[in-house]
Design a protein around this ligand. Structure first.
Ligand code: NAG
Ligand code: NAG
Ligand code: NAG
Ligand code: NAG
Ligand code: NAG
Ligand code: NAG
Ligand code: NAG
Ligand code: NAG
Ligand code: NAG
Ligand code: NAG
Length: 422
């Protein structure tokens, strides 16, 4: 820990986009937390480097402290009156982050490269409230968009002991491997509105990663501009975004590998991949898909031998059939054959699978046609339905209890009818 003087944060014009929710423009004038200089705000600040052991990173980050994939974040305990975070050059312009003290509702603010943001002061919601069992207050931050990211330059604290404290990591671990459906594309708050988030944050007390990226295939092929499929990319730190190309280039040899031994293995891995392979825009063959699926599961199992792997069937949208609607099913037989491949020969005399670690999760019957938005992705309600069913599946099949018993998981989903009689 050391004292620093601070450069003036620059003001960079941010990306603007209009999000429609149910046809209405969603307000996105989130509070601006930028501070021009820390020293003018309060001179007695202490600064932690991004490598400080007190900071727990969630999801995939590289050695430059740049975040990747969907809904990555960080968390630490603190004893301080104010906390500010300086974001580095590699932060996407105007990227939306969610952050909160302990179990308060998520707050949102846009952050930009080369800027410092004051996220906690005594007037921040929850600041004066007690924590359970005398625990320290904690701050958690999440990047909401799947293509954008932040770079942490340093974290500043002032007031009181002005210190950060490591929060112990949860012992339950999960991974979700997927494409846009799992990354939260077109959900109102993207990554933190996705079913992946709803499932893994919603279970509570879980360390997790959402290695999902829009347009990506399972098979290692160029799909919708993504240079590689998940059989290759899942082994890497970064996703397939343009910013990853800018920083690491297109040669796989130059893209850093994720160090699996430096991070906890996932107890449960959920996979929902193949909707892009199963599209005439990409035309991955049935044999390529089947072989690549086995390859991916072999790769996971080699690194995490004890991981229980849940394979989702592809719902592939809905179409009108006669006077009603029916769910599709991409690579229906291929996915079942992949599961059979891993479970073949594992049945005991009573027909029970004693050594099986690959499970088939049938998505048919969870979503209905109007749970899919005009852009072919689940609505927020669709994501919540998927998350809820998967949470109960994890509870029933693996015996995990539901530990998120109050704090908000999905943000901006609170709407209700206040009319008591008609
Ligand atoms: C903040 O982020 C949201 C979501 O990405 C975006 O729509 C909005 O334009 C951003 N605002 C600013 C000022 O960057
Ligand atoms: C960040 O600031 C440095 C130094 O002031 C400048 O050279 C660099 O271009 C800035 N980066 C961005 C992304 O604005
Ligand atoms: C930002 O980028 C500029 C130009 O590449 C570099 O001089 C500066 O050191 C960088 N700043 C940080 C904080 O990384
Ligand atoms: C916390 O207490 C301080 C000092 O009494 C006060 O200024 C601040 O507004 C309070 N914060 C909240 C969120 O109530
Ligand atoms: C800095 O902030 C702390 C905590 O709010 C306060 O105790 C201290 O007096 C402030 N120092 C200055 C120089 O404003
Ligand atoms: C991966 O992490 C392990 C454990 O922290 C470490 O011993 C090893 O050197 C790392 N490997 C690489 C290639 O960085
Ligand atoms: C995929 O196959 C379909 C049907 O044969 C064909 O119309 C389409 O052009 C193919 N797409 C690509 C990208 O090759
Ligand atoms: C997608 O999967 C379905 C069901 O297995 C299959 O009939 C269809 O040919 C596949 N289409 C493509 C483009 O892979
Ligand atoms: C299961 O194992 C049997 C005998 O080894 C083999 O003939 C069969 O093809 C296997 N089935 C699958 C789906 O892998
Ligand atoms: C999936 O569920 C649907 C609806 O219950 C059922 O019709 C279908 O047979 C199931 N598929 C498999 C492979 O079990």
């Amino acid at each position: 820990m050391r004292f620093l003087s601070f450069a003036t944060a620059s003001c960079i014009s941010a990306v603007t986009a209009t999000i429609l929710q149910n046809g209405q423009i969603r307000p996105n004038n989130y509070p601006d937390t930028t501070v021009s200089t820390i020293s003018s705000y309060n001179s007695s600040w202490q600064t932690y480097a991004p490598s400080a052991p007190e900071i727990s990173y969630k999801g995939r980050w590289d050695d430059k402290y740049i975040s990747w994939w969907s809904a990555p974040g960080l968390k630490f305990g603190f004893q301080a009156q104010q906390i500010a975070i300086s974001f580095g050059n590699y932060t996407s312009d105007g990227v939306l982050i969610a952050y909160r003290i302990d179990g308060q509702d998520w707050m949102l603010t846009n952050v930009t490269a080369n800027s410092t943001h004051l996220l906690v002061t005594p007037s921040t919601a929850g600041f004066n409230l007690t924590t359970p069992q005398g625990a320290l207050q904690s701050l958690e931050l999440r990047v909401t968009n799947w293509a954008y990211g932040v770079q942490i330059n340093c974290i500043h604290v002032s007031g009181g002991p002005a210190r950060l404290v490591k929060v112990p990591e949860y012992t339950r671990t999960m991974e979700l491997i997927g494409d846009s459906l799992s990354a939260g594309q077109y959900a109102t708050l993207e990554g933190i509105s996705s079913y992946s988030w709803g499932l893994m944050y919603g279970l509570g007390d879980v360390e997790f990663s959402i290695t999902a990226y829009p347009g990506i295939c399972l098979h290692d092929s160029r799909c919708y501009g993504n240079l590689h499929g998940q059989t290759l990319q899942w082994l890497k730190i970064p996703d397939t975004s343009g910013r990853a190309l800018d920083i690491y280039g297109s040669d796989p040899a130059g893209i850093p590998d994720w160090n699996f031994t430096a991070h906890a293995a996932a107890d449960i891995t959920v996979i929902n991949i193949g909707t892009n392979d199963n599209n005439t825009a990409n035309n991955i063959t049935s044999a390529e898909y089947y072989t690549s699926y086995i390859q991916l599961i072999d790769e996971i199992h080699a690194r995490w031998p004890k991981s229980q792997i849940v394979v989702l069937s592809l719902w592939s949208g809905f179409s009108q059939v006669g006077n009603t609607w029916a769910q599709g099913a991409g690579f229906l037989d291929e996915i079942q054959n992949v599961v059979k491949h891993f479970n073949n020969g594992s049945l005991n005399q009573r027909g029970e699978c004693t050594s099986c670690f690959v499970y088939y999760f049938n998505t048919t019957g969870i979503l209905e046609h109007n749970d899919i938005g005009p852009q072919y992705h689940p609505t927020d309600v669709g994501h919540v339905k998927l998350a809820s069913h998967l949470m109960m599946y994890v509870k029933l099949v693996f015996g995990w209890d539901l530990r998120q018993t109050g704090p908000e998981v999905q943000h901006d989903t609170l709407y209700w009818n206040d009319q008591s009689s008609y």
